[in-house]
Design a protein. Structure first.
Length: 291
């Protein structure tokens, strides 16, 4: 089972601050989505409304065609994993697991125990006594083992060290393939986790900047490498994302898709065309001068 998400003219205000600004988008079920944005872009605000943690100022959110706010039957099919553990500091970790087991209809106990061992989750400790890394390990374990049809990870793994984060990415992808569902991952670690995303949503100041398939978005950036004069001539008048030079060789990164004719001209000029990282494109699309 997977759940779709549809957002129509969604706005969320905190007094004088507009966190989400007339946002409209649709996420079909059964995909892994990357939600990208700078600090304060509205990512957590949007996800909080989708997960029914708060009510919007105006507009509509539909999950599988129904409004999630105060909809117990629907919210039981959703799991919102935040950057902190949703439990009292005095609760023991084993108590948190017992509660999740009782409340999550798709909970997989065998998988949960395997994750506990893989991430070394300290079951007997109290939540308040956990390190930041242990809290992140607990959060992602709860999110994965819940196997909710709509699962949202809001930078909940940032406290983990690099080997543990990569183990989480492996678990996320492998379990998604074995148990398809809709997964939204909000992140700053774009280069680390970008290969997981089937589609990318980019927000900036509460507004939609881009929503495309990951490979389509990547194709909008091209690294042009070759003799400096030929590179300069080919990239003249284009949007430049970056530039490097070593002796007589130059590599310039441009933004904008190339036509087949332009690619042919580049080859005739002895130029190599290469892909651009998702993070470079994100930085360009959310740059201060573009705001």
């Amino acid at each position: 089972m997977t759940l779709s998400v549809e957002v129509k003219n969604l706005t969320l205000r905190y007094r004088d601050t507009v966190a989400v600004d007339d946002l409209t988008l649709r996420l079909d079920g059964g995909k892994i989505y990357g939600l990208l944005g700078r600090n304060g872009s509205g990512k957590t605000s949007l996800l909080s409304i989708v997960a029914a943690f708060r009510r919007a100022t105006s507009g509509t959110v539909l999950v599988d065609g129904a409004e999630p706010f105060e909809n117990a039957a629907l919210t039981r099919q959703m799991c919102f994993v935040r950057d902190r553990v949703d439990a009292q500091d005095t609760d023991r970790v084993e108590t948190v697991f017992r509660l999740a087991r009782a409340l999550r209809p798709n909970w997989d106990e065998e998988y949960a125990q395997a994750l506990v061992e893989r991430f070394d989750v300290p079951m007997r400790k109290r939540v308040g006594g956990l390190s930041r890394g242990a809290k992140s390990a607990l959060s992602v374990t709860l999110g994965l083992a819940a196997r909710a049809p709509l699962t949202i990870f809001d930078e909940s793994y940032l406290g983990m060290d690099a080997p543990s984060r990569y183990a989480f990415y492996d678990e996320l992808l492998n379990d998604y393939i074995a148990n398809p569902r809709t997964i939204i991952v909000s992140t700053h670690l774009i280069e680390e986790v970008g290969s997981l995303f089937e589609e990318v949503v980019i927000l900036d100041k509460g507004r939609l900047v881009a929503h495309e398939e990951t490979e389509t978005l990547r194709s909008r950036g091209v690294a042009v490498t070759g003799p400096a004069e030929a590179v300069d001539a080919f990239t003249a008048g284009r949007t430049i994302l970056g530039d490097q030079r070593l002796g007589s060789t130059r590599s310039t990164t441009i933004y904008g898709q190339l036509t087949d004719e332009e690619r042919g001209r580049a080859r005739e000029a002895g130029l190599d065309l290469g892909p651009v990282g998702l993070q470079d494109l994100f930085v360009h699309l959310t740059a201060e001068e573009r705001r």
